[in-house]
Design a protein around this ligand. Sequence first.
Ligand SMILES: [Zn+2]
Length: 183
Amino acid sequence: MLAVASLIHVVVGVAGGRALDRSPRPSLRGTVALVALSLLADVDVVAFRLGIPYSAPFGHRGATHSIAFAMLAGAAAAALLAREGRWSFSRIALVACLVAISHPLLDAMTDGGLGVALLWPFSNARFFAPWRPIPVAPLGARMLSTRGLHVLWIEAIGSLPLLAWAVWPRARRAIRGSGTTDS
Ligand SMILES: [Zn+2]
């Protein structure tokens, strides 16, 4: 069984939280929601337990890894976060949809398993990106194997620039500029 590059998805969610607003202290609720949204597509791993074949429309990397699902999930997350009254709906919707669509696109860049059903419900064809530099991660407890830790290391190195952008450089600039640019 093959799974996902989960660490990268978490980092994308954190970066989404930073992109949501320029405050020195991004909304914890917004960041947590976007991390959950970034990971949401992998809810389909339950298919393995239900005996649904990997290649089926509702198998792993099937329907929940489609563009349609990402847009729906992004819109739903945006509607929920808009209740905070902290950001414009268009900003939340843009960030949330980008976070959601990043999941299948990143999965398509992994070097194992089946591709992602980007065009579901119109097609169950599985797609891979032409460039696949991300090693696919083992599932569940097998993540603690030598290969799992190797994958985690590669993901950590690859995610570092985005994580740094999300949690440090812009925060410092925002703090220096606070009181003059925040609205
Ligand atoms: Zn996935």
